[in-house]
Design a protein around this ligand. Structure first.
Ligand code: NAD
Ligand code: IPM
Ligand code: MN
Length: 361
């Protein structure tokens, strides 16, 4: 039976980059014979503008019915001052993650050798880099209760959030990380702030318990401040990093830059059964939206992850990755990854080049 994908372009550069990713899907269907189809939906600011909700019920229904979701990005200055936080575009994205129970977020930071010069670090520090960040995505301080802004007796206001993880939440993301490490270099580094926060003391303890079932995998622990430093000092020491929602958000943007640009980092957000939502790690880039210069490769590489993790089409996924590599070999670069002796192209030209390279494989 045909597998259904829900495409949610979202805001800012979202529509520009997902349009290129859809062209890649077309090649997968027409040339590689994948039995896939897709439909579009509204989310984020686009959802709010059209319906008053960042996650319109119709979109949620379509997302539940789909076999996988491909999302561009949400948010932008237009909606930043909405007084009701539940209407903000980002809530659309968070709502999808929570409603679909997409707790396992995979963010692979892989350096394409052709981009060694685009990284802000020295080529020898990043060459051969291949890290998998496993970020918990439906818990932690992002979702903990109570939360809000309240008035104190002295008349000033106080903002508060709750950083909370249950043992079962920690265990299930731990298993994702250890399973992943088993297929890689068999090292898990769990990142916490257990020297200060009880919630991450428990995190550390549960990771130790999970590790007992994986004697072939080496577990280490690192405080998040040190991890942030080690990522730019010697990033190749890491194989799999497992961490909570907020630390994972921050560290994955940092890791993205090691690969040359945030425009290169795809992601998968998976539930227990590998149903997933796929999106670039970057945001809606309001500063370049509408200019046709955004890098579509993170979104195209997210299509590869979708095919690999949700549809079991690893071979086609690898072809997409090879096509991206070929285009980089040809010296084509969007502005964010431009370096000496390369040619600057826009979003559409980059997408078209990947499509051509893919067709030739
Ligand atoms: P951002 O990732 O949108 O942009 C940060 C910087 O990276 C900008 O200079 C931008 O131009 C650049 N950049 C990002 N993606 C790029 C690409 N594909 N090609 C070239 N350059 C790229 O982060 P921000 O500016 O902090 O956030 C902007 C908005 O996006 C906010 O509303 C934020 O909430 C939202 N956001 C959404 C997501 C998501 O939908 N998953 C993720 C992060 C931020
Ligand atoms: C991401 C984004 C989101 C997050 C925002 C937009 C809610 O930064 O996907 O990395 O913090 O998870
Ligand atoms: Mn982020």
């Amino acid at each position: 039976m045909s597998k259904k994908i829900l495409v949610l372009p979202g805001d800012g550069i979202g529509p520009e980059i997902t349009a290129e990713a859809v062209k890649v899907l077309e090649v997968c269907r027409d040339q590689f014979g994948l039995d896939i189809s897709w439909d579009e939906g509204l989310v984020g600011g686009a959802g709010f503008d059209a319906t008053g909700e960042p996650l319109p019920p119709e979109t949620l229904d379509k997302a539940k019915a789909a076999d996988a979701i491909l999302l561009g990005a949400v948010g932008g200055p237009k909606w930043d001052k909405l007084p009701d936080i539940s209407k903000r575009p980002e809530r659309g994205l968070l709502g999808l993650r929570k409603e679909l129970k997409l707790f396992g977020n995979l963010r692979p930071a892989i350096l394409y050798p052709q981009l060694a010069d685009a990284s802000s670090l020295k080529p020898e520090v990043v060459s051969g880099l291949d890290i998998m960040i496993v970020r918990e995505l439906t818990g932690g301080i992002y979702f903990g209760q109570p939360r809000g802004i309240r008035e104190l007796e002295n008349g000033e206001r106080e903002g508060f959030n709750t950083y909370v993880y249950s043992e079962s939440e920690i265990r299930r993301i731990g298993k994702v990380a250890f399973e992943m490490a088993r297929k890689r270099n068999k090292k898990v580094c769990s990142v916490d702030k257990a020297n200060v926060l009880e919630v991450t003391m428990l995190w550390k303890e549960v990771m130790e318990e999970v590790a007992k079932d994986y004697p072939d995998v080496e577990l280490s622990h690192m405080y998040v401040d040190n991890a942030a430093m080690q990522l730019v000092r010697a990033p190749k020491q890491f194989d799999v990093i497992v961490t909570g929602n907020m630390f994972g958000d921050i560290l994955s943007d940092e890791a993205a830059m090691l690969t040359g640009s945030i425009g290169m980092l795809p992601s998968a957000s998976l539930d227990e059964n590998a149903k997933g939502m796929y999106e670039p790690c970057h945001g809606s880039a309001p500063d370049i939206a509408g200019l046709g210069v955004a890098n579509p490769l993170a979104t195209i590489l997210s299509v590869a992850m979708l095919l690999r993790y949700s549809f079991g089409e690893g071979e086609v996924a690898t072809k997409i990755e090879q096509a991206v590599s070929k285009v980089l070999d040809q010296g084509l670069r969007t502005a964010d990854i431009l370096s000496a002796d390369t040619r600057k192209v826009g979003t559409q030209e980059m997408g078209a080049a990947v499509v051509e390279a893919l067709k030739a494989l």
